[in-house]
Structure formats: structure tokens, C-alpha cells
Design a protein around this ligand. Sequence first.
Ligand SMILES: Nc1nc2c([nH]c(=O)n2[C@@H]2O[C@H](COP(=O)(O)OP(=O)(O)OP(=O)(O)O)[C@@H](O)[C@H]2O)c(=O)[nH]1
Length: 323
Amino acid sequence: MNESPITNHQSPPVDVVAGVITDARGRILLARRTEGRDLAGLWEFPGGKREADESPEAALIRELHEELGIHVEIGAALIAVPQQYPHKRLRLDVRHVASWRGGAPKGLDGQALAWVPPHKLASYTMPPADRPVVAALLQPSAYLVTPTPGDDDANWLEGLHRALAGGVRRVQLRAPGLEAQRWRQLCAQAVASCRQAHAAVLINGDVALAQELQTGLHLRASQLREFRQRPLPIGFEVAASCHGSDELRAAEALQCDFAVVGPVRPTPTHPEASGIGWPGFAALREQVSLPIYAIGGLAPEDILEARAHGAQGIAAIRGLWPV
Ligand SMILES: Nc1nc2c([nH]c(=O)n2[C@@H]2O[C@H](COP(=O)(O)OP(=O)(O)OP(=O)(O)O)[C@@H](O)[C@H]2O)c(=O)[nH]1
């Protein structure tokens, strides 16, 4: 290691490139970091540091040849995660590997290799920057937050059906100020629709209703202080809205599955808040290893840019609600 032992949040990040190599059975290749290196023993996506004069693609091609003995063709970008570690900052730029030749990958540096079915990735201990990478591989890139229903509940349910038919697979049911009994009934119907579409569903703010309807729970930022432990058992998703690093750390301490951070851009729903922009988002993102959706004036066409700043994707009310 040649990094300074003194944490310097302003020091430029180390650029790291890594590849998602998938075999014909859909399994993903992980490599185990060898003894004597930083984060030894942890599993990671094969790759390494980019040299100053290299493009990310050239660096990844070189690293995978040196470490695994294969010649790869680089595919689509998955996510680039800015991450603060105690002694350094890095930006982990992860690409899919479209194809390779040169036979089966071999651990040429003496590193153990494992072909891992996607649903088992979470059981491998990985560095903090890899948690958002695994989430980007497995979880939805869009998180719909429902608008408050107007007078017509059927119309609102129809909007939800259309969003689900359009591919939304994670939904937060939210309607601040709606009368409790009406909202409970609407939620029960909405939960049934989400289940039918195999979409994850989280209820905003109301633990009792989430428990009753057996859904996930989305905590408002102001609720983070109310809980000392995860409010629902593992297996029921818990998420939180966060605006700064203290709230993100609180969400991580509560073992939230993911967070939502924004506004990236100013929005009509929160006109008082000026946007933090993508650099502001990335600066918060690197403080924790939680998967984080970006919110605030975003729509599906922003997902690629969101991923380039380490986001799981975008969360939106209007941007994901069919007109
Ligand atoms: N290749 C790879 N590196 C990762 C991943 N996640 C992650 O945090 N890293 C970090 O990115 C850096 C990669 O650099 P490297 O693989 O060339 O490691 P190295 O031994 O030269 O680095 P070191 O000097 O930090 O020990 C390491 O600090 C490593 O911990 C990952 O999934 N793949």
C-alpha cells in the first residue's frame, strides 16, 4: 500500500476497474483477495487499479489478463461506486464482461476463485464498495413513490397498474395527509396489485400498517431517531429517506436495505430545497455502503447517469407515474 495513513477526504480517489464475468449458467466470478493486501480475505469482482495513462476499458482488459489469463471484450457499464475507506477514497467502476477467450479463468496470483449464482452473492463477504455493485446486479433500478391520490381512488389504482405494467418493480406507497381508513383500504388493494406484478412494496412511515399488510417499510428521515433497531425483521425491506451523511449513517446502523437521497434537482413537490446535483449525491454516497436511489426531478432516462455516480438508480413520483 502506498496510500497515506491519514484520512484526507479531499484527496483524489483511486480509480479501480472491475468486471462482472458471467458463465453460461449465469454464475458470476468472484476472486478472493490474497493475504498481505488491503482487505485480505474478502471476495471481490476481479480487476484492479487503473494506471494514469489508461482508459478504464484498457485497464480492465489488462487486469483480467494478468490476474485470470483471459482476453475479454468489455460490455455495458454497471455502476461506478465512489467509496470512502478509512485510509483512502476510491471509485470502483464496474463493467459487464461481454465475452472472453483463453479458456477458463485461473487464479494466476494465487487467489481463490468462485463461480457464484447471483442469489448467493450476498453470502460472500465483500468490501464496502461492493454492496452497491451487488444491489445494482440484483435489484430494481427504479423506485416508484406514489403520488397522493386525488378524489378518485380507482384512477390512482389504475395509475399504479399502468406503472407496474410499464416495468416498475419496487414501489413506495405514500400519501401524506390522507384519511387513515381510506389509506388503509387503498394500500391493501395496492399491495395486492404489486404482489401480482412481483414488485416489492414498502409503506411510508407506518410500521403498524406495514406489519398488518406484511410489506416493507420506508422510513421518513425524521423517523430515523425513533428506532434503536431495525423496525421489521430481515426479509421485509426497510428503507429510509436521507438528506445528509448523519442520516445515512443512522439508516446504515438500523440495517436498512437501501436509502433514498436527494433532491438531486429541485422539484415541484419540494420547491424550497435546492438540488444537491450529481457531485453532491456522490459525496454523500461515498460515506456509506448502502445502496442508494437518487431522487429529485429524475426520470428513467437519468438511470445511466445515476449509476455513473454510484446510485442504485432513480426514485421518483412524477418521473415514474404514467400520465
Ligand atoms: N478489483 C477490485 N477491487 C476492489 C473491489 N472492491 C473494492 O473495494 N476494491 C478495492 O480497490 C482496490 C483495488 O486495487 P488492487 O486490486 O489493484 O489492489 P492492491 O492489492 O494493489 O491494493 P492495495 O494497495 O489497496 O492493497 C483495493 O483497495 C480493493 O480493496 C472489487 O470488487 N474489485
